[in-house]
Design a protein around this ligand. Structure first.
Ligand code: HEC
Ligand code: HEC
Length: 413
């Protein structure tokens, strides 16, 4: 695929408000016009140009936890160790922001399962994002990306939103592609990493390659070695406390029905993997809001409705994976629930009620709420147990895995 085709395919999948920034991207071509790049890149080196010939890509070996299927990898972007390493550096690279002080990892911190601990994310220039930063564990298995966009199905595409989006500004690089590549080219480190990751290309400094490398890093973020996994797949009876085992029974019961939307090995609503590609997410309204009794959500967060315009899609969001949920507080698309106890109370009641103010209304009575959110009764101990179970989904190995950590921090150690 040429650079322009690549950008065009981005545009097709974009949310409307991002179009402006990306039209600009399309206008400048892929490489950002650094002195040696000059617009669109040829897919392979011209025969006269001596291409850098490192020994070629290192074969990728998935180190998957027991019970985990092989992720689907886009055919035009096969995994390689060299792309992974480039992607990892770029993910933590602050030069990827207008202010040179923000990176993907600012909002996606490894020790919080790649969330940021804030109700709503804050971009490089201080702009508050309408939504909560999502975790990236097992993102490889998600058929769609972000809380509510049904068209965003590709990681290499999604990351253009934080890079170049203008509403809200996240990394703030709209219109600054040239500057971005100037900064990267100036570093011996990136000369080496880009050449190693894309050895067949005369000038590997392109948006496409940058996006592909970060995509490979993200695809590799697999998490499945929690106490729960040791108990289920490892036969380790002692991996779970008695409380967590009781909580597990509640969680999987028809009474609570959590698995209707948070099921399967990823505790999510849908699972893509090799041999199983679905292109849709069952977006659901779990009764967080019902402003004025009309089924409305706050104006800046109407969920799937923002893409379909269908009244019944108001408040419908992607049910997140519950893996590592204990460390990704606060919860929900807007961070409005602070603790897991509050989350359980929300589901026990069958929706959240807000008594006064502009958001007043009872989510339990929303005409748009899923039929599977019906409320239930659970003892105090039962709630404690469910929370304990949810915390048994924390994969400490993942949260501290040096392969996923900040390469610049470890270099300074
Ligand atoms: C300013 C904070 C911020 C920065 C910087 C940021 N993100 Fe995010 N990220 C978010 C928020 C907020 C969401 C939810 C977006 C939405 O629903 O519209 C999100 C969503 C995502 C998702 C979708 C996850 C899912 O479960 O569907 C991916 C993937 C992602 N970000 C990757 C990245 C990458 C890669 C970068 C760097 C290029 C990055 N993000 C930079 C805040 C940020
Ligand atoms: C009908 C589908 C559905 C059912 C059933 C359901 N959920 Fe959810 N869950 C969702 C959706 C959708 C969201 C995101 C809603 C939002 O942000 O507006 C969510 C969010 C969550 C979150 C916050 C995730 C995060 O990253 O912020 C937790 C925790 C959670 N659910 C736990 C549970 C538990 C425990 C149960 C069972 C008692 C349950 N859910 C039942 C659909 C469901």
């Amino acid at each position: 695929m040429s650079c322009r085709e690549f950008i065009r395919s981005f545009r097709r999948a974009r949310g409307a408000h991002l179009l402006a920034g990306l039209l600009f991207l399309g206008a400048v071509g892929c490489g950002g016009g650094g002195s040696t790049s000059g617009g669109s890149q040829p897919p392979s080196p011209a025969p006269t140009e001596p291409a850098p010939t490192p020994s070629g890509p290192t074969a990728w070996i998935w180190d998957l936890p027991p019970g985990f299927p092989v992720p689907l990898v886009p055919a035009e972007n096969p995994m390689s160790e060299e792309k992974f390493q480039l992607g990892r550096h770029l993910f933590y690279e602050k030069k990827l922001s207008v202010t040179e002080d923000t990176s993907c990892s600012t909002c996606h911190e490894q020790n919080r399962a790649f969330t940021d601990g804030r109700p709503r994310a804050i971009g490089a220039t201080g702009e508050v994002h309408p939504r909560n930063a999502q975790g990236l564990a097992n993102i490889a298995y998600a058929p769609t990306l972000t809380w509510n966009n049904p068209n965003e199905t590709r990681l290499a595409n999604q990351l253009l939103t934080p890079l170049f989006g203008e509403d809200p500004v996240e990394l703030g690089l709209s219109g600054l592609e040239d500057l971005l590549f100037e900064r990267l080219r100036a570093e011996a480190l990136y000369q080496e990493l880009f050449a190693a990751a894309f050895p067949d290309e005369v000038d590997p400094f392109t948006i496409e390659n940058l996006a592909f490398a970060i995509e490979v890093f993200e695809l590799a973020l697999i998490s499945g070695r929690s106490p729960y996994d040791r108990y289920i797949y490892g036969g380790d009876e002692d991996a779970l406390s008695e409380g967590a085992k009781r909580g597990m029974d509640h969680f999987f019961s028809e009474n609570l029905d959590c698995t209707h939307c948070h099921g399967g090995s990823n505790f999510a609503s849908a699972l893509n993997h090799e041999g199983n590609q679905s292109d849709s997410t069952p977006f659901e309204n779990n009764g967080l809001y019902n402003i004025g009794g009309t089924g409305n959500y706050p104006a800046d967060n109407q969920g799937l409705y923002e893409f379909t315009g269908r009244e019944r899609d108001k408040g419908r969001m992607k049910p997140p994976s519950l893996r590592n949920i204990c460390v990704t507080d606060p919860y929900m698309h807007d961070g409005s629930l602070t603790t897991l106890e509050e989350v359980i109370d929300h589901y026990e009641r069958g929706g959240t009620r807000i008594d006064s103010g502009p958001l007043a209304g009872d989510g339990r009575d929303s005409p748009n709420k899923s039929d599977f959110i019906t409320g239930f009764l659970l003892s105090r101990q039962g709630k404690v147990d469910v929370v304990e179970f949810l915390c048994s989904l924390t994969d400490d190995e993942f949260l501290a895995n040096p392969r996923f950590s900040d390469p610049f921090a470890s270099a300074a150690d």
